[in-house]
Design a protein around this ligand. Structure first.
Ligand code: AMP
Length: 280
């Protein structure tokens, strides 16, 4: 596996690949890799001649300094995991390589997709995401880029970004990869205490119950039920729950308002923030 740390070196490599008409699959990550990340890489390997994974903990998408400081970094294990599945190349740029002199995010308008849910509770988050993904895309110009449905709003934002910038990059959304007990895999899971980890599958459980309840209950009843589930929970604190139209991410308050529905949830286990989503 090739490992690149500079923009220049990866550009030279990619130019040679593109000259020989190779398709490029790109999987951006923040590292601390798990099987969810690898599922994206494996999906990319099915359709592309070359697969590039980036590991970059992007400072401008963190609204919480402590979250950034505590973000797990496991470069050696990550490299071994990618080698083991024959990933073609790993790109690990430094902050100055990606941001040069000014560590700031640009402002984006994603037609309102950026104002709800993660955008509402993590101020500036999607400006950071937009800035770094735009930079990676301009640098690498992949044929396809792979993202996880766990961050469904992020996928919608990235699709909007390439549409607005007319970038000829196919955005592929891959299913949520879960632990055996249903917990969505996340790099932050490794920061959970034993008790928090034992409690965390409850997040997926309540989403599954929501799906059942949706058949017979109205949305305000479901919202009340969810709140009651977390009110007295000893390890998990609800930040938000909503049922939204997956096309525009607007919360729906009546079943008739949309044909498609998706539940979104963000929960704190102590200081660790976990998100999940389920379509129904
Ligand atoms: P991150 O390193 O958390 O920024 O994630 C990098 C990519 O992997 C993003 O597109 C995520 O949505 C995706 N991803 C993270 N966790 C999972 C998971 N459990 N299943 C599938 N994709 C995931």
């Amino acid at each position: 596996m090739f490992v690149f740390t500079t923009k220049k070196s990866i550009e030279v490599y990619l130019n040679s690949q593109k000259e020989s008409q190779k398709s490029i699959g790109f999987v951006p990550t923040m590292g601390a890799l798990h099987q969810g990340h690898l599922s994206l890489v494996k999906e990319a390997q099915l359709k592309n001649d070359v697969v590039i994974v980036s590991i970059f903990v992007n400072p401008t998408q963190f609204n919480n300094q402590k979250d950034l400081e505590n973000y797990p970094i496991t470069l050696e294990e990550d490299t071994a995991m990618l080698k083991a599945i024959n990933c073609t190349a790993l790109f690990i740029p430094t902050v100055s390589e990606m941001y040069e002199t000014t560590l700031t995010a640009s402002s984006f308008y994603f037609d309102g997709l950026e104002n709800v849910m993660e955008g509402e509770f993590r101020s500036g988050h999607f400006n950071g995401v937009g800035t770094i993904i735009k930079r990676f895309f301009e640098m690498l110009m992949p044929t396809r880029a792979y993202f996880g449905e766990k961050d469904f709003q992020q996928v919608a934002i990235v699709k909007k970004l390439v549409e607005k910038l007319s970038m000829p990059i196919e955005i592929v959304c891959c299913p949520v990869f879960r632990e055996h007990d249903g917990l969505a895999m996340s790099s932050r899971n490794r920061l959970l205490s034993k008790d928090q980890r034992a409690a965390a599958p409850f997040i997926h459980e309540v989403l599954q119950h929501t799906k059942q309840r949706f058949k017979t209950q109205n949305i305000s009843e479901i919202n009340c039920w969810i709140e009651s589930q977390f009110k007295t929970h000893s390890h998990l604190k609800l930040e938000y729950f909503c049922i939204a139209n997956p096309l525009n991410l607007q919360e729906i308050t009546s079943k008739k308002a949309s044909k498609n529905h998706r539940a979104f949830i963000a929960v704190f286990a102590g200081e660790i923030r976990l998100i999940d989503t389920l379509a129904f």
